[in-house]
Design a protein around this ligand. Structure first.
Ligand SMILES: Nc1ncnc2c1ncn2[C@@H]1O[C@H](COP(=O)(O)OP(=O)(O)OP(=O)(O)O)[C@@H](O)[C@H]1O
Ligand SMILES: [Mg+2]
Length: 435
């Protein structure tokens, strides 16, 4: 506010330019305000708040300090205030935003626009009462044609205007932004849902994949047991061995499920010191049936004095079983006598434990190499494309890496590297391997 002492005219916010008399300055200022008011691309309303100022003055005289608390006790007072804040002028943008045809339609109490959003006005009034210069909030207002629109509402209550009984309200339509935000939220929710469904899909596929082999082994061993039992002189020892295998396979199937559940729920599995050579032997034992029935010859080049790694034994076995089964499948088109699976263990150049699983099958087309470990990538009619993805998750969860390449003489090679456990790293056996 600026006081023009020459003639006592009080202007609001207008600075008198040198060389202009006060009346011209006021007229100019008035014009500027009118232009701003009418042509700003936001809704602006000038309110007659003289009645409101009186009500607030009365409350103050009564010693009311907390307007919020007072309105809690007298809810009808808020409605009364809304009826006594009168729109005097509305600009063109207000007409457009609030579905009107003429600014004159807006003249009157603000109450009808605030139905359902009285709380915003209550907070605005409380801010004014507490001495704030302005208040702003995102809210929803009712239009003349009954819609609810999202607006950024702001109201200024400088003392000079209040003294004149004038209130100023500005509103920006934020409908587009809110709609965009809602759409974004919806997309995010859908995305999260899709991710959950995808995880569920992978989980189901993993279980289906990993349970298949033990179930097939159980069936084979059970059938063999029945055959032995059907003989005139049943070989009890043989049946006992087969039954023990059935039990082991059933346990393994159960283990697989608990491990997949643990991985899906992000549980860290208990690691122990695992002999990699022992894990390879176990894995080859688990699929001895498949190796035999497909006439695959196995060579195991076990690294000497290999220190144990800190790992989950069952999971490492699963990786090896998956790689070996892939090799068996890849060898299907080779002459039976030539089918060879080779597993090597040792220490790589960087001092990591290393396992290679090699076959002399057709190898992997160059174009597939980058996608091999992706979930659901398969070139097989009956494949799920989940085996290698499981292998990668397990190896990476162990802090290792898995990769593949083609052997110079033909065939595929899968290489796993794993860090040695803290205990085994310091062990003499590792040092021996390094040299
Ligand atoms: N030893 C291999 N030789 C050649 N190609 C291989 C070999 N191992 C894997 N692949 C290729 O990698 C693909 C993905 O293997 P992955 O084990 O993930 O799935 P899959 O064997 O096709 O199906 P499943 O989910 O039943 O294991 C295979 O479809 C195959 O094309
Ligand atoms: Mg596979």
């Amino acid at each position: 506010m600026v006081q023009d002492h020459s003639n006592g005219v009080k202007t609001t916010g207008a600075v008198v330019a040198p060389g202009l008399d006060a009346t011209t300055a006021l007229a100019r200022s008035e014009l500027k305000y009118r232009d701003l008011f009418n042509y700003m691309p936001l809704s602006m309303c000038q309110l007659d708040v003289s009645e409101l100022v009186k009500i607030l003055g009365t409350l103050r005289a009564q010693g009311i300090v907390d307007l919020h608390a007072h309105l809690d006790e007298h809810p009808e007072l808020l409605a009364h205030m809304l009826q006594n804040m009168l729109i005097e002028q509305a600009n063109e943008h207000t007409v457009k935003m609030f579905g009107g045809t003429d600014p004159a339609e807006f003249v009157g109490p603000i109450a009808r626009f605030w139905q359902g959003s009285e709380d915003t006005m209550r907070r605005s009034l409380a801010a004014r009462y507490a001495g704030a210069e302005a208040y702003a909030e995102e809210t929803r207002l009712r239009t003349l044609d009954g819609r609810m629109i999202d607006v950024f509402y702001t109201s200024a209550f400088p003392k000079a205007l209040s003294e004149l009984g004038i209130g100023l309200v500005g509103m920006i339509d934020i409908g587009d932004r809110i709609r965009a935000e809602r759409m974004l939220q919806q997309v995010q929710a859908e995305f999260a849902h899709a991710a959950r469904v995808a995880t569920l899909g992978e989980l189901t596929a993993s279980i289906a994949h990993e349970i298949n082999q033990p179930l097939a082994a159980i069936a084979t061993n059970a059938e063999a047991s029945l055959r032995w039992l059907a003989r005139p002189d049943p070989d009890v020892e043989e049946v006992r061995t087969l039954a023990a295998r059935i039990v082991a396979d059933a346990r393994r199937a159960g283990d697989v499920i608990s491990h997949i559940r643990a991985m899906a729920t992000g549980h860290i599995v208990d690691h122990e010191l695992v002999s990699l050579n022992g894990a390879v032997e176990d894995a080859l034992g688990i699929i001895r049936g498949e190796l035999r029935s497909h006439a695959v010859t196995v060579q195991f080049a076990a690294g000497a004095d290999l220190a144990p790694v800190l790992a989950d034994r069952t999971q490492i076995q699963r990786v090896l079983v998956n790689l070996a089964l892939n090799a068996v499948q890849a060898l299907a088109d080779q002459p039976a006598a030539a089918r060879r699976l080779t597993v090597r263990t040792g220490v790589d150049a960087d001092g990591w434990a290393r396992i290679d699983v090699e076959d002399n099958g057709p190898g992997i087309p160059e174009a597939y190499l980058a996608r091999l470990f992706d979930s659901f990538f398969t070139t097989k009619d009956t494949g799920l494309g989940i085996g290698l993805s499981i292998c990668r998750s397990i190896i990476e969860a162990h802090g290792g890496r898995i990769s593949c390449d083609n052997l110079p003489g033909g065939g595929a090679r899968f290489t796993i590297i794993l860090p040695f456990g803290a205990e085994s790293n310091s062990g003499a056996s590792v040092t021996a391997n390094h040299t």
